[in-house]
Design a protein around this ligand. Structure first.
Ligand code: SAM
Length: 297
C-alpha cells in the first residue's frame, strides 16, 4: 500500500512512519508514505499556496494550482513506481518461463496464458489510486473504510488548511471526501494520520499477533459490536478483583462472558450497532435472550 499526501506540514507524518505498529510495518515495507508540500509546486518567490476568498469573509483558501501540480507529480511518481515493479515482475516471469520451457520443452496453452496474463498486468501500470480530500463535509470514516483502504494499493490524501480548498480543484480532481467526525480540525493532517493508522494495522503482518485486530471493536468476528473489557496482572488491584470467570480456564465460559460484555457495552454506548448486527442476522438466540434480560430484568 502506497500513501501519498499533499500537506503543508509533511513533518507531521513522521509519527506514523517512525513509531509503533505503523512504524514497524513501514520498516518492514508493508506500506510506504510519501508526503509532498504544495509549496514545492508554487511558481512565485513567496511560495504562495493560499489567497483571500472571492466574495469576502474571513480566512484564506488553498489555491488550486499548486495542488494540481503536486497531484500531477504524484501520479507520475506512482506510475513510474508501478512500471519499475512491473518490469521487475516481467523479468522474473520471463526467467521462470524460460526455465519452464527448458524443463518441459513447451506447453503451448500455458505459454499463451502467461502472455495474456502479462498483457493484463501491463494495463494495470496506470495509477488509479483515488484522490481523497479530508473534509468535515465528507463521508464519516469507519472500520469498513479502513478495511477497504488496507486492501487497496493506497490513496492520495489532500490535507486542507485555512478555510479549505478552492472548489474547482475538488470538482476536477477529488474522487472522495472523508471526514474524521462531526468536529472541525485546523487541518486534514490529524484526520489523515488517524485513517492511515487504522488501515495500516489491518495489513497482513502488521500486528505481532495475527488475532489482535480480528478481536477489535467493529470487526466481523465481533459481529460489528464493541470490544469487551481487558484485565492483566495483578489479580487483585487494591481490592478490585479480576472477574472470576477469566481465571476459570473454561474457554466456553470465558467466550460467553466476553460476548455478553460486548452486548452490554454496545447496548449502553452504541445501540445503533446492536440494530445493525440484528439486521445482518448476526445475533444468536442466546444473544437476544441476554439483551432482553438487560432491558427488562
Ligand atoms: C479549518 S478546516 C476548514 C473547515 C471548513 N471551512 C468547514 O467549515 O467545513 C481546515 C481543513 O481541515 C480539515 N478538516 C477539518 N475538520 C475535519 C474533519 N472533521 N475531518 C477531516 N478533515 C477535516 C479539512 O481538510 C479542512 O479543509
Amino acid at each position: 500500500m502506497r500513501i501519498d499526501l499533499v500537506t503543508l506540514f509533511p513533518e507531521m507524518f513522521s509519527v506514523v512512519r517512525d513509531l509503533g505498529v505503523t512504524g514497524r510495518a513501514h520498516g518492514n515495507q508493508l506500506w510506504s508514505l510519501h508526503a509532498h508540500s504544495p509549496r514545492d509546486y508554487t511558481e512565485d518567490v513567496h511560495r504562495t499556496v493560499d489567497d483571500r476568498p472571492y466574495g469576502g469573509g474571513p480566512g484564506m483558501v488553498m489555491m488550486a494550482e499548486p495542488l494540481t501540480r503536486a497531484l500531477s507529480a504524484i501520479r507520475t511518481q506512482r506510475a513510474t513506481q508501478d512500471q519499475d515493479t512491473q518490469e521487475q515482475s516481467n523479468q522474473d516471469q520471463a526467467a521462470q518461463d524460460q526455465a519452464a520451457q527448458e524443463q518441459s520443452n513447451q506447453d503451448q496453452a500455458a505459454q499463451e496464458q502467461a502472455t495474456q496474463e502479462r498483457a493484463t498486468q501491463d494495463q494495470s501500470t496506470q495509477d488509479h489510486a483515488p484522490v481523497v480530500l479530508l473534509s468535515p463535509i465528507g463521508k464519516p470514516f469507519d472500520q469498513a473504510q479502513a478495511k477497504r483502504l488496507a486492501r487497496s494499493s493506497g490513496a492520495i490524501f489532500i490535507c486542507g488548511r485555512y478555510e479549505g480548498v478552492d472548489q474547482r480543484f475538488i470538482d476536477q480532481h477529488v474522487d472522495e471526501q472523508w471526514s474524521l467526525g462531526d468536529f472541525v480540525l485546523s487541518g486534514g493532517e490529524i484526520a489523515a494520520l488517524a485513517m492511515i493508522d487504522a488501515a495500516v494495522r489491518l495489513l497482513p503482518g502488521a500486528l505481532n499477533h495475527d488475532q489482535s485486530s480480528t478481536q477489535d471493536s467493529f470487526q466481523d468476528s465481533l459481529s460489528g459490536l464493541l470490544d469487551s473489557p481487558h484485565y492483566t496482572r495483578p489479580e487483585n488491584l487494591n481490592g478490585q478483583a479480576v472477574p472470576a470467570v477469566l481465571l476459570s480456564g473454561n474457554h466456553a465460559h470465558i467466550a460467553r462472558w466476553r460476548r455478553e460484555q460486548s452486548l452490554a457495552i454496545t447496548l449502553a454506548n452504541r445501540p445503533d450497532l446492536i440494530e445493525q448486527a440484528r439486521a445482518r442476522g448476526l445475533l444468536t438466540k442466546a444473544d437476544e435472550r441476554y439483551l432482553l434480560a438487560l432491558v427488562a430484568p
